[in-house]
Design a protein around this ligand. Sequence first.
Ligand SMILES: [Zn+2]
Length: 441
Amino acid sequence: MNSEHLIDALTGGTYSDPETGQRPHVGTRRVVIADDLGGAECDLLRDLDLGARLLLVSDPDTHRALGARVEAALKNDGGQSVVSHRLPARPHADAGLCAAVVAAARAAQADALVAVGSGTVNDIVKYAAFRCDLPYVVFATAPSMNGYVSGNASIMADGHKKSLAARPPAGVFLDLKVLTQAPRPMIMAGLGDSLCRPTAEADWLLAHLLLGRPYRKTPFDWLAQEEDALLGEAAALFAGDRAAMGRLVRTLILSGFGMTLCGGSYPASQGEHLIAHYLEMFMAPGALTALHGAQIAVTTLSMAHIQERMLEGPPPRLRPSRVDAADLAARFGPAIGAQCWREYAAKRLDSDKAEALNADLSMRWDAIRAAVQSVRRPAAALAHLLRAIDGPCAPGDIGVDVAFYRRAVAEARFLRDRYTFLDLAGDAGRLEALADARASS
Ligand SMILES: [Zn+2]
């Protein structure tokens, strides 16, 4: 099944998962990707039977890019009442803006919400829709992230970025004419967030083969079909090529559905996302301005490099961990340190565990290595691709100090219980040296 049919089968509820035989429920009923959706706006909504009163949410940039067109089309329909809610310029997805959308939806007695935007606007509306128990759809303005179809929203509340339960969109509408005109950094971000497929798959497969953690191949099979073409013609994305843009958005949508299938972000977020998460958590507020996907491009190169070094040569020799709760509290402060300890304790090696894993590695290392190698892409190939499109490769390219980045690589594994190559390198006593090599290259 090609990617287009796959997306239709998933949204139509007819897809049968080859690993389980089950039909996954993705929560989104329509994903429409077309060269030009101008004039089709009313039909797209009518097909979903959303009701007559709509609240359209955009910000000044997304309104200019697409919101004005959608609003005019819906208003001209006659049968709809459309109230437009404009977010401030360059909004952040925070609890206050979500509350304002909920209030506007109630004041307008809306039957449904219509988001026009990308990551931030989508997150705000997704969360607001959940809070007021209304369906929503999104008209995308940029191919900048893989969260369009997700059931979570990333929202700032009480000074922390939280992944909160939200509502997947009933419909996602992707107009390739609009998306090819998105700002270059946003296209780069979507590509960057897609680049981590090989490192995420390698990390997750390692956790499965070494520790017996659950693993799913299906989400990666979905992405494999178009990855060569997407990465092989990355430059076309920045030259307005709609076929290339179609591949990127199908990849982003399928990556989102992959997370739904797995009941978590496993197939799209492993070691590379932990490093980015560390940057987000510990850099000074406002200091990290690079988009998420640009960060992921850089952290993916780090992970690809670390994976490569760890897969060379004989089986790594793992040692019992000397890191304890007091150590993490000293590194991260008492509150975050305690949270990290809960995550890290689940995968921390004591001497018995280290001994058992070493015995296992000495028997099975060649098989583990071969399996992981088969899902990877060489670090040099990823770096070459990014350099060819003038993409972010080094910490400085995303505005991160080299010494701080080195710390992020060395300490990111304490943030979450996922076992990745950061842990394998850390448990083998090699992570500090590998973090040094990466940060200064
Ligand atoms: Zn991501």
